[in-house]
Design a protein around this ligand. Sequence first.
Ligand code: ADP
Ligand code: MG
Length: 256
Amino acid sequence: MTKVLLEISGIHKRFGGLHALNDVALTINQGEIYGLIGPNGAGKTTLFNVLTGLYQPDEGKFTFNGKDLFCQKPYIVVGSGIARTFQNIRLFANMSALENVMVGRHVRTKASVFGAIFRPPQVKNEEAAIRARAMELLEYVGIPHHAEELACNLSYGDQRRLEIARALATDPQLLALDEPAAGMNPKETEDLKELMQKIRNDGVTILLIEHDVKLMMGLCDRIAVLDYGKKIAEGRPEEVKSNPRVIEAYLGVAPE
Ligand code: ADP
Ligand code: MG
């Protein structure tokens, strides 16, 4: 039985005269790797921003796990189980890799500001648990040896892994990755593919934006195509690949 995890419909987002998302609907099932592709400026990142509460859509419906998340604040969205990474990496550059992951973990902890300042024993215990879980996650994404290094000193590929670890620290049910392979070499991309498969096999549903078509075809269960803010196709990778509208969107001409 497939269970619907995320469902949006009739989503519109305008920036002044620009209609960045135009009546977008999609449904993501639990356990899927769901791909989102489309030319530059199609609205992919805008959709991520809507799904994570960073942008407020103008119209539409948005439910996650049966809960209404339309126009909710980012912390409510994260608390509901959606985590993301960014197209332009957003790490705390001058904190260690481990500390970056610990920040993500704080979403799931109870310590108040009072507790953080006076540090009673239960707060100290909680912090030790956060540190241990963060270390586990660095191991999980394959960079435990960089735990004490400043985030800004990691290689590009390792910074992207670190962002994934930080997102996983919030215990998401849906992990949304915005171009995680950008700037990676073929070996790093192949390793990333394995990491994404491992994450999915461990029960986390994945929503993925990527330009690397070969990677997407080999990885995604279903793919949606955005063009000028509209969803122009959706289906299994082989269906999408041979869809004339998709070919036209990418090549600017209709296929023979
Ligand atoms: P993609 O990720 O598919 O390349 P984006 O979602 O980043 O595309 O952008 C879609 C369109 O919306 C682009 O024309 C972009 O310039 C515009 N856009 C995105 N964010 C903003 C914003 N905050 N203000 C104004 N225009 C924006
Ligand atoms: Mg983008």
